[in-house]
Design a protein around this ligand. Structure first.
Ligand SMILES: Nc1ncnc2c1ncn2[C@@H]1O[C@H](COP(=O)(O)OP(=O)(O)OP(=O)(O)O)[C@@H](O)[C@H]1O
Length: 820
């Protein structure tokens, strides 16, 4: 595995904006983009080039020239988080007892729902008072006998019949701080879905208790597996809801500031619901929550709420006329197991977002409020539904899962002692309120919660978790209103210079150009919020390229979602091989190498040089590799084969010699340029890594060491012996130092490693005889008899109906011999 190159001394902030260049970079040990501001007299000879500056000057030059952060995709330190598959949080183990308890709990719930459904007819309010602060984790058996029925009762309030088609039911849910609450039909339009929700909850409970995964649920995995199902279920449900007059089903948990949060989402959907008295707007009905309330962090109802999924996706929000009322706005229902983690990248999948469900409740409450039927909304709940505030087990961050045994706080780092957690909670309470207030006002203004949704061209995408972040962007996993998973790349423009912004817009341009090419990641939609900027950059009318974007603009790119990148695939592959002497399976290699070549061929045919090819930029989408990240790609002008670069760009370990020396002059006085062959070098590095498990210059750890060897034409790359000599040959064809000697993609696609030469067929005995006879006939052309015999024999041998025995042959030869 490759080590990290040490880069030239970064500045204190390690972040530069090069006014001459197009991009800012963060310099860290992972990656580097170099600007060519140190373009001086260096030549192909590395020693010359490096010696043309004293190191401190050079360092300064380079620092000034670094453009943007380009992490080196080393296999052992991939930047992208691999989705943990149903990872179990350390803090919350499920004990058999818990499972047993949770099953019991489920029965309790079912029972209490029955009771509750009767109560519902009487327009009960439900309030669950939160317990004191403290614990962050709760197992089912931690829920004491007193609280469980309360929870159950609360959940039971979701029973069908709580709202009904006549519209007389006006159930309210009051959330006290940290309260777990359940939903109820907000009014008649919310009646029917409750039943669906409950059935989902039931099945969820079953799922969770039976599988013993009542803690963290891998949202992504679940989403991936089930979204199609969910989609259909959603549609089904939508239809049924429409025909039945509409409902809203809501399950939620509560936390501090819940009313604010409820209010904001209420605003978001108010139009929908107000205009849709007879329409359905089903929110999150399919999701069952296991809710952990934490007042300190939650952007909305709870900082960490686990949606355990059973039938996620059964409901759609904002469909039908309600949606129309919203004005083309697609609203995403949180149908899938979701994970929201304020911690961001480190645990994208573990984070669960509960907000849509919470929001649904908010909506319901808003509707109730606005309809004047919400008198119970702010009131306390009947005490039999309350969870004692001082309950020893349940505190402000307790998970309440209804019938789900075990959840844990995601928000608080697990290594924080409990007492500290308490402290943090109490400390953060106030800011939490303030933050919530802010979020609320933003949400009110925008009509949706920006912490939860992204809006691109009027369409909402619900955030499922952060996938990763590049040098310039954040990439999130999102779900659209039709339950399709996408990746959403968000680039903040504020503070960047206009030239950089132009670069970002160019990525959009390339992706637009590459639409329909199935080995390139597909751009589904995009929005540059700063329209003036977009206009300016696209028309090339930026007057001051070094000026910085001052407004809070963003670029959003909705992209096809890739499951895993090649860097992770390789890491996984090598992990599997670890300890054994085996090498990567050649067929596996061929399969993906061919796809890599085809993807790059696609852009080369479109006269685009990628300039940052590395395993992390090949994503697996539905089993095939697709190329991503055209952030520094460049178009080749029609009259040339090279691209014009102001700067050195790329990721060190995969950068070609000419990329290091771009724009310098070679020994013959020619300017060194980058072109398609630079990409071929990078491909060679990728192939080398696929074969040997490390990049060709991995042993050179520092930037300088790498720079020196890569730019040295006499440096010999070490190739360990390989069983297949063609593979070795292929590597050498890609990693030829002289860019003119490197093979091009069409040739590489025909290389014997991919297309093994077919051995020539050895001629069959009759063929040989025929040839022989031919020769004899020619040599005895003067002897007519001999020639006749030869042609007779030839005819016999070539006629498939005639079989000639050896004896016959011998006789013929004897005759022939006597004649000659
Ligand atoms: N369509 C996608 N599907 C899934 N994951 C993606 C997708 N696009 C990007 N990612 C993930 O997000 C990471 C960052 O994305 P990308 O490389 O496009 O951003 P960047 O800011 O240009 O990064 P870099 O600094 O590498 O150039 C990628 O390494 C990849 O793991």
């Amino acid at each position: 595995m490759e080590g990290e190159p040490e880069l030239p001394a970064p500045s204190a902030e390690a972040k530069f904006f090069n006014h001459e260049q197009s991009r800012p970079i963060n310099i860290n040990s992972d990656s580097i983009n170099l600007s060519r501001s140190f373009n001086t007299t260096s030549t192909y000879n590395s020693s010359t080039s490096s010696s043309s500056h004293s190191p401190p000057d050079f360092v300064r030059d380079i620092q000034a020239a670094f453009k943007r952060h380009r992490p080196v995709a080393v296999m052992h330190k991939p930047r992208r988080n691999v989705v943990p598959q149903r990872e179990t949080p350390k803090e919350s183990s499920i004990k058999p007892q818990s499972i047993f308890e949770s099953k019991k709990c489920k029965e309790d719930i079912l029972q209490s729902r029955r009771i509750q459904s009767r109560r519902c007819a009487n327009n009960d309010d439900v309030s669950i008072t939160p317990p004191s602060e403290g614990a962050t984790t709760l197992d089912a058996h931690d829920i004491d006998q007193r609280t469980r029925p309360q929870i159950n009762d609360a959940v039971a309030s979701l029973r069908p019949g709580h709202g009904n088609a006549q519209g007389e039911v006006q159930r309210k849910v009051h959330f006290s701080r940290n309260a777990i609450a359940t939903s109820r039909g907000a009014d008649d339009q919310m009646a029917t879905g409750t039943g669906d929700l409950l059935s989902h909850m039931d099945s969820l409970a079953l799922t969770e208790t039976e599988t013993g995964m009542g803690n963290q649920v891998d949202a992504s995995a679940a989403v991936n597996q089930d979204w199609r199902n969910h989609h259909f279920q959603s549609m089904e449900m939508e239809n049924s809801l429409r025909s039945e007059g509409g409902i809203s089903s809501i399950v939620t948990g509560g936390t501090i500031g819940v009313h604010d949060q409820l209010h904001q989402f209420g605003n978001f959907l108010q139009n929908d619901l107000n205009n849709a008295i007879t329409q359905s707007s089903v929110i999150g009905s399919s999701c069952v929550t296991s809710t952990l309330m934490n007042s300190s962090s939650a952007p909305m109802i709870s900082s960490t709420t686990y949606y355990s999924q059973s039938q996620a996706g059964d409901a759609q929000l904002g469909t039908g006329p309600a949606e129309e009322a919203e004005g083309q706005m697609d609203v995403v229902q949180p149908s899938c197991s979701l994970s929201k983690n304020s911690g961001g990248e480190s645990a994208p999948q573990s984070a669960v977002t509960s907000q849509a469900i919470s929001s649904a409740l908010a909506t319901a409450m808003e509707v109730n409020k606005s309809s004047g039927s919400c008198k119970g909304l702010q009131t306390s709940l009947p005490h039999d539904y309350s969870i004692a505030k001082d309950s020893p087990q349940l505190d402000n961050s307790y998970p309440v899962k209804g019938d789900i045994p075990n959840v844990k706080s995601q928000h608080q780092p697990s290594d924080v002692p409990l007492s500290d957690k308490k402290l943090e909670n109490s400390k953060s309470e106030k800011p939490g309120r303030e933050a919530t207030g802010k979020a609320t006002s933003t949400s009110r203004k925008k009509g949706y919660d920006p912490d939860l949704f992204f809006k691109v061209n009027g369409k909402l995408y619900q955030r499922l978790g952060k996938i990763g972040s590049g040098g310039s962007s954040e990439v999130h996993k999102v779900i659209s209103s039709d339950c399709t998973i996408y990746a959403l790349k968000k680039i903040k423009l504020k503070g960047r210079d206009y030239a950089t912004a132009f670069g970002f817009c160019q990525e959009i341009e390339y992706l637009t150009k590459l639409r329909g090419k199935n080995n390139i990641i597909q751009l589904i939609d995009y929005e540059v919020t700063d329209k003036t900027l977009l206009r300016e950059v696209m028309h090339g009318s930026i007057s001051n390229k070094v000026a910085r974007v001052r407004d809070d603009g963003f670029i959003y790119m909705v992209l096809e979602y890739g499951e895993i990148d090649l860097a992770h695939m390789l890491a996984q592959k090598w992990k599997e091989l670890d300890g054994s002497n085996a090498t990567i399976d050649e067929n596996w290699l061929r399969f993906y190498w061919q796809q890599i070549l085809q993807a790059v061929n696609t852009i080369h045919e479109e006269r685009i040089v990628h300039s940052d090819l590395k395993p992390a930029n090949f994503l697996l989408v539905r089993g095939f590799l697709k190329l991503i990240d055209f952030g520094i790609a460049k178009a080749i002008m029609s009259d040339t084969t090279n691209i014009q670069r102001d700067s050195q760009v790329g990721t060190l370990s995969y950068m070609s010699p000419e990329a290091f020396m771009c724009n310098e002059t070679d020994a013959n006085g020619n300017t060194i340029k980058c072109g398609r062959s630079s990409d071929i070098w990078s491909l060679g590095c990728i192939l080398y890594q696929m074969v040997y498990g490390r990049t060709p210059f991995a042993e050179y750890k520092t930037f300088w060491a790498k720079f020196k060897v890569i730019t040295d034409p006499n440096h010999e790359i070490i190739y360990e012996p390989l069983p297949n000599p063609w593979l070795l040959d292929l590597l050498k064809k890609c990693l030829a130092w002289d860019r003119n000697e490197r093979w091009r993609i069409p040739q590489l696609l025909q290389h014997p490693f991919l297309v093994p030469p077919v051995p020539p067929k050895s001629p069959s005995p009759p063929d040989q005889l025929c040839t022989l006879l031919q020769l004899i006939a020619e040599s005895t052309a003067d002897d007519q008899k001999g020639a006749l015999l030869c042609s007779q024999l030839h005819g016999m041998l070539t006629d498939p109906r005639v079989s000639v025995s050896r004896d016959q042959l011998r006789k013929f030869l004897q005759i022939l011999n006597s004649l000659l």
